[in-house]
Design a protein around this ligand. Structure first.
Ligand code: DP6
Length: 352
């Protein structure tokens, strides 16, 4: 029996400038460009293996050990057929190659984090799917080329094909041939940048990103202002802040953009709520921490769910987590590092 196998991992990316809105639902073309940070491979990631064999009778997909019907959905099929087309071209050029493009695929994918809880599981999932099949097919396309395919699976997936700081350029063309991800900077260029995820809830979100953004595009007036004026300016400023390693600017833009995105959700009709009371406490906490130190040491951002992602510089980890632990009461003895006066100030921050 002839069987060909390939495996890859793709990490989660967390947007610091949010993608929210499609101008073309079929091709997943966005209404604005976005920027994200791809987490390290050792953290949250999807691990995907694909096998192709002439004996397989259908394409099949297992996600976290359970067979999914997803393989027959439009988005997955769009990715598979684009990849098969590229493989076919290779097989046309070199007739000795096995005809993998004609064989069915078995795809096995596993996330090491909660699926669909606003932790960008679809991003890592589709990026890993596309990268694994491209590896199996020995495709020669660049990562940006592959990102245009992953984009059709899930918009944010296009950014997970790159590490570090990544921009998804919205493009202008109707066929989506210029709507792709590019790397802004590697993580090595800003190695002390860290992300922490505060898992507020592992529950599946009740409004999917696709449904939510469609409603926002249709009903929110605030959204029109966001895509026309707010995001284009931020896109340039954020790339500048990343290249200049200007944490204060990066943090301000990140927090403002998260708030702007959630404001357009609230401005949708009926409104969409992704954050809960704990999320709001975290926002308040971050602002209080920055005020307390008279310096911006932390930025928060929330995707389509209540879980928080905090960005900070490694040297400020202790300063930041002293507060976080205080709020969530997780660690005893943290207070020994602070004077009574400081402790009184901390406590007053949490009084209503
Ligand atoms: C809030 O990429 O999940 O995380 O293209 O419909 O699959 P689809 O949406 P998806 O939306 C992500 C929305 C976001 C912001 C972002 O990642 O930029």
């Amino acid at each position: 029996m002839s069987i060909h196998v390939a495996s890859v991992t793709a990490p989660v990316n967390i947007a610091t400038l949010k993608y929210w809105g499609k101008r073309d639902k079929q091709l997943n073309l966005p209404t604005n460009s976005s920027i994200s940070v791809t987490l390290s491979q050792d953290d949250l990631r999807a691990l995907t293996s694909v096998a192709a064999s002439p004996t397989f009778t259908a394409d099949r997909l297992w996600l976290n050990g359970k067979e999914e019907a997803t393989v027959s959905n439009e988005r997955t099929q769009a990715c598979l057929s684009e990849l098969r087309k590229l493989r076919q071209e290779l097989e046309g050029k070199d007739t000795k190659l096995p005809k993998l493009s004609q064989w069915n695929l078995h795809i096995v994918s596993e996330n090491n984090f909660p699926t669909a809880a606003g932790l960008a599981s679809s991003a890592a999932g589709f990026a890993a799917l596309v990268a694994a099949i491209a590896k199996l097919y020995k495709l020669e396309q660049s990562m940006s080329d592959l990102s245009r395919i992953a984009r059709q699976g899930s918009g944010s997936a296009c950014r997970s094909l790159f590490g570090g700081f990544v921009a998804w350029e919205m493009g202008e063309k109707q066929d989506g041939s210029d709507s792709q991800a590019v790397q802004v900077s590697t993580l090595d260029q800003w190695p002390n940048m860290k992300a922490a995820i505060l898992v507020v809830s592992q529950a599946k979100k009740d409004t999917s990103s696709t449904t939510g953004m469609q409603l926002t595009v249709k009903t929110s007036d605030l959204f029109k202002e966001r895509v026309a004026h707010v995001v284009p300016k931020r896109f340039i400023e954020m790339k500048g802040a990343i290249n200049a390693k200007d944490f204060e600017k990066f943090a301000e833009l990140t927090m403002k953009d998260s708030n702007s995105f959630h404001a357009t959700c609230l401005d949708s009709f009926p409104p969409i709520f992704y954050m809960n009371d704990t999320s709001k406490k975290i926002i308040k906490l971050c602002h209080l921490i920055n005020e307390f130190y008279k310096e911006t040491i932390v930025a928060y951002t929330f995707d389509a769910g209540p879980n928080a992602v905090l960005y900070y510089l490694e040297e400020n980890e202790g300063k930041l987590f002293a507060f976080v632990y205080h709020l969530f009461n997780k660690v005893e003895g943290w207070e020994k590092k602070y004077s009574q006066d400081q402790l009184n100030q901390f406590s007053s921050l949490f009084e209503d």
